[in-house]
Design a protein around this ligand. Structure first.
Ligand code: NA7
Length: 544
């Protein structure tokens, strides 16, 4: 996995990030005959699945759906082993893709892009890396991910703490042994809920510092059903097309009725049936889970009932009941043995709802005056989602401003694909696109294909520059917020709303209008001659 050497200082396109988005983009750029290069901060490909290698890390989308659809051969030859793919298996898959399509020769690993500058005269992006390399590119494409900018909370004394400190989103590559240690873990989102049962297997004592309880549904993970795998392998094109035609870009069993239109018994049976199936699909039990508070509350209360049954100590069970948000408005979690972990004698839930961790000292976390002695602390405290990684890139647009400077009141983008003032810069799964509300690989593919088709159009018409129009962007930003405001999502303090980052503006970050609707809108824009975009031509056209 040696980083490839830069073979030029000038490219047609530079891609940032070697996750699912960046790798496919690089592949498509090559097919267009463009001289392209990809920079990746990690020392391997895989993006999210490279960094999040903590014990228990697993995708919550069905294996057969969580893969690329753009190569029939790749699709046929890869065999998954479990219902939900573990991080290591996804990383093997993505490495296989990098090898199979010989992508590595155009990828420089261990190289973080730290700055970008639009050069108006040349109409090119100047890109700088941490190591001081500089390259220029006509097109700059960010594939930096929605959940890649991990964050540690700002707690007094953490820098003095002498124990080991980890973040789930930056887990070390070498295995960590927690045997015999007193371990603290903060964060009970998807990552926390996955890592906690694993830490409990090793640690001598485990303290879970919980601020907000979450709703979690069993994964019922296990070896993949061979008949299910065969059915998908035989019918991939049909199933992929069906998934693309849905709201979440996932073949879910979407509830067709409101909870309120069912009898109590029908409702109970339906929820139980879905619970026994497990997975995120549970959130779609009713067709109005996300829009009707009463309906949502019925589903929420069903899960609370399950938690009460799984946790022996009623006080601990009570502390684990989510009450501050409607189910699904924070990403629903999927677990293996999470709640019963609290029945183990060496696992203690520390409720931070009233009192946060006051401070750390050399050997303990102090809550409400009480010391919790620790040898290691694991933070599963999430990410500066959707905008964090883009803002960190420090890219200066035509107007002399960075995304961070521009987005003080919330991100601005047209279709989540481009931002005014950043010509020839595309953001794969950018803010205001469905991205992480969907099977993100499908959203990635849709963006990559849209961008590739746009570049083909530009080649054909000898356009050298593309810009989003201000009026189109303004309309889109408004539309994104309007659609979100019709749902319960805006009522939760979630990372979708930027609420997990102190000082981050409260706006809904992805587009919740549904994948199929969004994809149709993007296509419509193309049909109308790239409505909302401006093209122009400089003296020298894009190389063929
Ligand atoms: P999440 O879902 O953002 O969860 C982060 C957790 O960390 C959540 O429980 C937070 O509580 C908690 N947290 C964050 N800061 C603090 C402080 N200062 N004190 C106490 N607790 C804190 O991140 P994940 O990595 O679990 O999952 C991210 C996504 O990855 C997930 O949604 C899937 O899509 C995959 P809070 O709720 O803010 O009170």
């Amino acid at each position: 996995m040696n980083p490839s050497q830069l073979n030029s200082k000038h490219y047609d396109a530079v891609v940032i990030g070697a996750g699912f988005a960046g790798l496919y983009m690089l592949h498509r750029l090559r097919l267009l005959g463009l001289r392209s290069h990809l920079f990746e901060a990690g020392d391997g490909v895989g993006g999210t699945w490279y960094w999040n290698c903590y014990p228990g890390a697993r995708c919550d989308v069905d294996s057969m759906q969580y893969s690329y659809s753009w190569s029939p051969e790749l699709q046929k030859e890869w065999q998954w082993t479990e219902r939900y793919p573990a991080q290591a298996e996804i990383l093997r898959y993505i490495n296989h893709v990098a090898d199979r399509f010989e992508l590595r020769r155009d990828i420089t690993l261990s190289t973080r892009v730290t700055a970008g500058q639009w050069q108006a005269e040349q109409e090119r992006w100047l890109v700088r890396t941490e190591q001081g390399q500089e390259v220029s590119a006509q097109f700059l494409i960010t594939a930096t991910g929605c959940l890649s900018e991990s964050r540690l909370p700002d707690i007094e004394g953490l820098d003095r703490f002498k124990g080991q400190v980890y973040h789930t989103g930056r887990w070390p590559k070498a295995p960590v042994d927690f045997s015999g240690l007193r371990v603290g873990v903060m964060g009970t989102g998807s990552s926390g809920i996955q890592v906690i049962p694993q830490l409990a297997k090793q640690a001598k004592q485990l303290y879970v510092f919980q601020r907000t309880p979450n709703f979690s549904v069993p994964a019922w993970n296990g070896p993949i059903d061979p008949n299910h795998q065969k059915d998908w392998l035989d019918n991939y094109p049909k199933y992929r097309a069906m998934a693309r035609n849905t709201r979440s870009a996932i073949m879910y069993d979407y509830g067709k009725q409101s909870a309120l239109d069912m009898s109590e018994q029908e409702r109970a049976e339906e929820m139980e049936r879905r619970w026994q199936k497990g997975g995120t699909n549970f959130a779609h039990s009713f067709n109005d889970t996300f829009t009707n508070r009463q309906s949502n509350e019925l589903l929420s209360e069903f899960v609370r009932g399950k938690i009460r049954k799984m946790v022996n100590d009623p006080t601990v069970a009570e502390d684990l009941l989510p009450r501050d948000h409607a189910i699904g408005t924070k990403r629903i979690c999927v677990d293996t043995g999470y709640y019963p972990t609290y029945n183990l004698p060496h696992v203690k839930l520390v409720n931070l709802r009233q009192t946060p961790i006051e401070r750390f000292d050399e050997g303990a976390a102090i809550v409400n005056g009480q010391r919790h002695e620790l040898d290691a602390m694991v933070f599963a405290t999430g990410f500066d989602a959707v905008t964090g990684a883009l803002e960190r890139l420090n890219i200066v647009g035509e107007h002399g401003k960075t995304f961070k400077q521009l987005w003080k009141a919330g991100p601005t983008s047209y279709l989540g694909l481009m931002t005014v003032g950043f010509p020839n810069l595309f953001t794969i799964t950018g803010p205001g696109s469905p991205s992480i509300l969907t099977n993100v690989i499908v959203s990635i593919e849709q963006h990559v294909e849209w961008i590739a088709n746009c570049l083909t159009f530009m080649q054909k018409h000898s356009h050298t520059r593309i810009d989003a129009q201000q009026i189109a962007q303004d309309r889109w930003v408004k539309h994104v917020q309007e659609v979100a405001s019709g749902t319960l999502f805006v009522t939760a303090n979630s990372w979708y709303m930027g609420a997990n980052i102190p000082g981050k503006p409260r706006v809904f970050l992805p587009y919740i209008g549904g994948f199929s609707t969004y994809a149709a809108m993007c296509e419509d824009v193309v049909q109308k001659g790239y409505e909302g975009f401006d093209f122009s031509r400089k003296s020298q056209a894009l190389s063929p």
